[in-house]
Design a binder for this molecule. Structure first.
Ligand code: ATP
Ligand code: MG
Length: 139
């Protein structure tokens, strides 16, 4: 067990439906420390670079269009085992298959409009937190 940091995104669908507060409440009640948080409208370049590992996938263009369709909330979460614990709280990628006590189950719709993002490993967490927060914002 180790204290970790992970990048969380409340995606445009959940922000647009007024669910950002509900997601943040779930995060706080689960015991995460929100180290940094900001609302932003992503540019295509920011979304493409963030999801570069998926650039060859057939859904890439739709994913970038969705992620730039409205504002998102970006957060750095800190806790013991934050990376796996946040993914557990989010639920599976396909929100239609997510349980009612998960973020995606409560606030998502389907595999694309799935309300939230979480880093999947220490290396991606390091890349993703630095992608959106500069060194002064993530002390
Ligand atoms: P995220 O990285 O957003 O936390 P994830 O790690 O659960 O989600 P990935 O496999 O990394 O899932 O996919 C990244 C995102 O791409 C998903 O959250 C989803 O919005 C979209 N996506 C993944 N697979 C599909 C698919 N088959 N069709 C449409 N969109 C998809
Ligand atoms: Mg992923």
């Amino acid at each position: 067990m180790a204290i970790e940091r992970t990048l969380a995104i409340i995606k445009p669908d959940a922000v647009a439906s007024g669910s950002a507060g509900g997601v943040i409440t779930m995060i706080e009640e689960a015991g995460f420390n929100i180290v940094a948080m900001k609302k932003a409208q992503l540019t295509a370049a920011q979304a493409e670079g963030f999801y570069h590992v998926h650039s060859a996938r057939p859904f890439f263009r739709d994913l970038v269009d969705f992620m730039t369709s409205g504002p998102v909330v970006l957060m750095i979460l800190e806790a013991e085992d934050a990376i796996s614990r946040w993914r557990e709280l989010m639920g599976p990628t396909d929100a239609a298959k997510a349980g009612p006590d998960t973020v995606r189950g409560r606030f998502g719709t389907n595999i694309e409009r799935n309300a939230s993002h979480g880093s999947d490993a220490p290396e991606t967490a390091a890349f993703e937190t630095a992608w959106f927060f500069n060194c002064f914002e993530r002390v």
